[in-house]
Design a protein around this ligand. Structure first.
Ligand SMILES: C[S@@+](CC[C@H](N)C(=O)[O-])C[C@H]1O[C@@H](n2cnc3c(N)ncnc32)[C@H](O)[C@@H]1O
Length: 264
């Protein structure tokens, strides 16, 4: 079952108005950044003027800035994740947000896949209907009608993600932002067992050149175990087919950890 969009304005929508206007501005920045570099593909080796070269590998200006910001404690893990996505996702792609929450990641993904062709799709999943209402409301305030057509929301467990995405779709990105819903019930968190099944499902639908992106929060009761599960899953992927890495703050043990799994 997919959720219809957009949701009519509600009290919670109004409560989110301030946050949305902020993210609306952020979304414009995202779009600006996105259009400021071209995504290198296997067939294109020419970085644009804004890209710098590191060991022959073009890095989009946005990613380099976010990484430097992260290293110096000025940027959040999610900012780095969004920047990495820009390096992988192209207009017209199919992507999955496996934990929609309040919709910030979903919005960033819509901005990346939406375009003239109307082909791009974001399949958004969350186990809590409240979270999807919040996402729907937030997207309704941040996107135009046409951009909204790129999103489908599903109130389900992300272990079902391969059943939600059409069989013939080749998926460029599956994003997980684990933990609990900010502003919601902190007792409802993602869990190691279901996260592992969802990661396996993601691995089965990601196409070569695609990415599984995870932001893992270790501060909640199941967080440490979940982090170890995600880390073990990524560490066990074959080096022939996958490039996996982790970004972790060393002197802030509760800071979220980024784990990326890139399929060659
Ligand atoms: C940290 S929040 C996600 C934040 C969100 N991506 C954003 O940008 O606002 C984690 C979300 O995972 C959801 N969740 C927990 N278990 C889940 C499951 N098994 N399947 C899908 N979503 C789940 C929670 O309901 C919560 O909304």
């Amino acid at each position: 079952m997919s959720l219809r969009l957009p949701t009519p304005p509600t009290t919670s929508c109004r409560l989110l108005a301030y946050a949305s206007s902020f993210v609306g501005r952020r979304a414009k920045e995202v779009k600006r950044n996105f259009t400021s570099f071209s995504i290198p593909s296997a067939s294109s080796s020419l970085p644009n003027a804004n890209a710098s070269i590191s060991n022959g590998f073009p890095i989009p200006g946005g990613l380099e800035d976010e990484m430097v910001g992260y290293i110096f404690g000025r940027r959040k893990a999610t900012d780095v994740a969004h920047s990495v996505w820009k390096h992988v996702v192209r207009e017209g792609d199919t992507v999955v947000d496996a934990t929609c929450g309040n919709g910030h990641d979903t919005l960033a993904l819509v901005k990346l896949v939406a375009g003239e062709s109307a082909r791009g799709r974001v399949y958004g999943i969350d186990i809590q209907e409240d979270a999807l209402r919040s996402t729907s409301c937030f997207l309704g305030q941040s996107l135009g009608t046409q951009e909204m057509e790129h999103v489908k929301l599903f109130p389900k467990c992300h272990t079902k993600l391969a059943e939600i995405v059409p069989e013939d779709a080749s998926v460029r990105l599956v994003a997980f932002n684990l933990g609990y819903l900010p502003g919601g019930d902190k007792a409802i968190t993602t869990r190691s067992e279901t996260t592992l099944l969802a990661l396996e499902a993601a691995g089965s639908i990601i196409k070569p050149g695609g990415l599984i992106s995870t932001v893992v929060y270790v501060g909640h009761p199941n967080g440490r175990e979940e982090f170890e599960t995600v880390q073990a899953f990524a560490s066990g992927l074959s080096t022939e087919n996958w490039v996996c890495c982790k970004l972790q703050m060393l002197n802030r043990p509760l800071a979220p950890v980024l784990i990326f799994m890139f399929k060659r």
